[in-house]
Structures are given as C-alpha cells and as structure tokens.
Write a protein that binds this ligand. Structure first.
Ligand code: GCU
Length: 443
C-alpha cells in the first residue's frame, strides 16, 4: 500500500546553542511540534460539516468522449453504464472472480418449519476452478401460504445458524472472527452461537409479510482478513493473473449473483422480485452486486458508509485513506491511489447508485453512525436522481435530507435516517418491506 511520504527535517540541537531561548522555542515549535500536530490533525476523524472540503462531483451522465450530456436510455445502457462499471471494477472494487469457475446448485434440504407455516431450504452452491472446489451454503426461508414469493437476499456476518435459533440450520465450518459475546472462540462456529444475531434478521416478521429471506455466511465466500487472496473462492482462481485486481467485496458480490441464479430457478420464488440487501461492509457488497447485476429487482443499503453509499469526496467520518489502511483486502490495489486524493476519483458513490437506476433503491442511515456519514449517504442517493430521470422517474430529486425517523420515499428511491446507532433493526426492515410492497405490487 502506498502510504503518506511525510518528510522530517533533521534537527541539530547543538547548533542552536548560540540562539536566544525564545528563538530556540520558535525553532522547536516549527521543526518538531508543528509536524507532530499536523500528523495528528491528518489522522483526526472529521465529524464537522464545516470542515467538509469543497468538491466537484463527476457527472455520470457526461459522455467522456464527446463531453456532452447523455439524454437517451439506449446510450446510457449500451455504452456509458458499461464504461462506468468497468471503471469501478478497475479503480475500486476489483474484477469479479468469475474466470473459468463452474457453479452448481444442490438442494440439500427442504423442510417444513415454524408449525408448518414456512419452509426452510438449504442449497449448496458448489464452485469449481483450477481442479479445486468449494461449497457455500445458501439458507432460504419461504412462507408456505404463497407461491411466487418475493425474497430479500443478504449476506450475514457470523454464520447462517446465527440468524435464527431454528435448530435445523447447518453450522458452517469456515473461519469466523472470535466474539466473546457470541461465544465464538478458536475462529470456529458452534451450537453456542445459534440465534445470536436473530435481532438483525426478523425471519418470522418477513414471512408474515409474505416475503422470503435468503442468506449466506460471507466468510464462506472469502474470509474477511488480508490473506493476499489465497483463501475463499480466490483459491479457485488462476493466481498467476494479477492478484491485485481481486478484492473481497467483489467476491462477496459475485456470490450474491450466484445465489440469485439459484433463486431465479426456484419454482416457489418470483424470479423478478429478488431484492439484494446488506448492512455495513455487506451493504457495500450489496450495492456493488446490485449495480453490476441488473437481475436484482431492488437494492437496499443499510449503513454502508465509506466505499458504500457515502460520498468519498466529503471526507466525513471514515475516509478512503483510512478504509484502505484498515481493510486493504476489501478493494483492489488501484484504489490506494485515491488515499487522501479523492478528487482524482473518476466517479463518486452517487455514480454507483446511478448504475442501479431504474430499479428501486433504498439507502438507510442511522443518526449515531456518523462514521458512515449519513449526510454523504443521503446526498449520494439524491445525486443519483439524474440517472433516474433518464427513465422518467424523479428519484429523490432536490429534496432536503429528512428528519430522523421520517423516511423519504420517492417513486424509485427511498432514504431514511433512523435514531440509534450502527445496526440493522426491525424498524429498518419495516421500512424496506413497506418500500418493497410498493414495488412488488402488494398491499
Ligand atoms: C468498520 C468499517 C466500515 C464498515 C464497518 C462494518 O467500521 O470501518 O467501513 O462498514 O466496519 O462492516 O461494520
């Protein structure tokens, strides 16, 4: 990673012996203390609106070849969208790990659950490449009372068995971060963690509302640590090609697309009503999946922050420089070029959201999650409006950022800022269901 090259001026204190104490103090201040103060200032997190730098956002609707405004859906879809997607892959998220991978689906179980009101399916997604193979498990709940079920699909942080205390959910054997509160030790999942994250996954509520839920443990796809892309599905790729074009976010997003391929084949599911959803880093993955795979009928970002829905140029809360240093494996190496140089980015996150047009998009923030820059998330959603207008929708248009707990729903784009912190709560899900009801033709 290319860091900051801060130069230090050598200080030779003995040469100062002829100076008066006051000028020594001034020299020490300029030569020693000031550089230290400015180093601290650089590493301080900005939470002040008045310290947001002035910036100009690139316009996704300007054709770079002719510098003219794109006015037709045809040109946008046939040319510009593709150029922008390639640019995101090259400069930020990395390429998709799909070269020469073979994917098969095996329905392992299909059982009645919750007093016969729902069915639980477990599907093995088998991936082969370079003579090796890997299985990941897609867990699906569907309400019994319906056919043609719309589904929310999202990745989970600790394992499928953590989303509900249903004893029939298989416990994965992949690496998982230790967590004392969840009784996870030795990086292994176990019976003790069953249901520990059920607060984030209101399975029964979704089933009652007529929705299915599908999820994969993200660590089964690619473990979330910097392993130089040797584990997870990256191990099935030809590693002689440039590794640094790979990234974990692209691996997670790629797996979401594979899951979608299965869901679209499942006769109980409405193939054209699968919403991709994600919280936090998994919200970044959901956005990248939703932008690059237009089969997703709806895209939902919850507290996705920097590298997700938040505008990078605002430098509010987490910045590009920070995220690249803390999580070097999330993005491709090229993204390091933009550390403290956000203005050089050929796009910003409103461009990513524009790539989701004309499909319904929901961006959610939380007021105490300033690290994720709620205002930057709102503005990106708002600045995606011109792309929605190409399709004769308004998007958020020039609406003001709404008050806390007052969702703002336009024709295709919605936004809310919830009270509370970095989390995905029942309140968030209720808003997503309400929005999905509008688009998936329910009451
Ligand atoms: C860290 C990281 C964020 C990320 C979050 C999460 O806070 O800095 O970018 O969204 O973890 O995934 O919970």
């Amino acid at each position: 990673m290319s860091g900051n090259s801060t130069k230090f001026v050598p200080i030779n204190l003995p040469h100062m012996s002829h100076l008066k104490p006051i000028s020594i103090a001034i020299r020490i201040f300029f030569l020693l203390i000031l550089p230290i103060i400015s180093l601290f200032a650089q590493s301080e997190v900005n939470y002040s609106e008045s310290a947001v730098p002035a910036f100009v956002l690139p316009d996704p609707l300007i054709d770079p070849k002719t510098s003219t405004k794109i006015k037709s859906v045809e040109f946008w879809e046939s040319t510009q969208r593709k150029v922008l997607l390639q640019s995101f892959a090259r400069e930020m998220y990395g390429t998709f790990p799909d070269q020469n991978l073979e994917v098969d689906f095996i329905l392992n179980s299909n059982q009645q659950v919750f007093d016969n009101t729902a069915v639980r399916k477990e599907v093995t997604i088998n991936i082969k490449g370079q003579g090796k193979e890997k299985d990941i498990t897609l867990l699906v709940y569907l309400p019994n009372a319906k056919s043609n079920v719309p589904v929310f699909l999202g990745l989970n942080f600790y394992g499928n068995h953590t989303i509900h205390d249903d004893p029939g959910i298989t416990i994965h054997r992949s690496w998982v971060p230790n967590n004392e509160a969840f009784e996870i030790s030795n990086n292994r999942a176990s019976e003790k963690n069953r249901g520990v994250r059920s607060n984030r996954w209101p399975v029964e509520y979704l089933l009652e509302q007529g929705y299915g839920l599908a999820t994969i443990y993200y660590g089964e796809i690619d473990p979330d640590f910097d392993d130089n892309f040797e584990n997870g599905i990256h191990a099935l790729l030809d590693q002689t090609t440039d590794k640094r074009t790979l990234s974990s976010i692209s691996a997670w997003a790629w797996a979401l697309s594979q899951a979608l391929t299965y869901l679209q084949q499942d006769p109980d599911i409405a193939a054209d009503q699968v919403a991709v959803i994600g919280h936090s880093r998994l919200g970044k993955a959901a956005l990248w999946a939703g932008a690059s795979d237009s089969r997703f009928a709806m895209v939902i970002s919850n507290d996705s922050g920097c590298g997700g829905a938040a505008l990078s140029r605002r430098r509010f809360g987490e910045t590009v420089n920070r995220i690249n240093h803390s999580f070097p494996h999330w993005f491709c190496e090229a993204f390091d070029r933009y550390n403290n140089e956000e203005n050089l980015l050929p796009f910003d996150q409103h461009t990513l959201l524009s790539l989701i047009a004309r499909r319904p998009l929901y961006v959610a923030s939380a007021v105490d999650d300033q690290w994720a820059d709620p205002r930057g998330e709102f503005l990106a959603a708002s600045y995606a409006s011109p792309a929605y207008r190409l399709y004769n929708y308004n998007g958020l248009n020039d609406a003001e950022m709404p008050d806390v707990d007052r969702p703002l729903l336009s024709d295709q784009v919605a936004y809310h800022i919830r009270s509370g912190g970095h989390d995905i709560t029942l309140y968030d899900w209720q808003q997503f269901v309400h929005f999905a009801n509008q688009h998936f033709g329910k009451k």
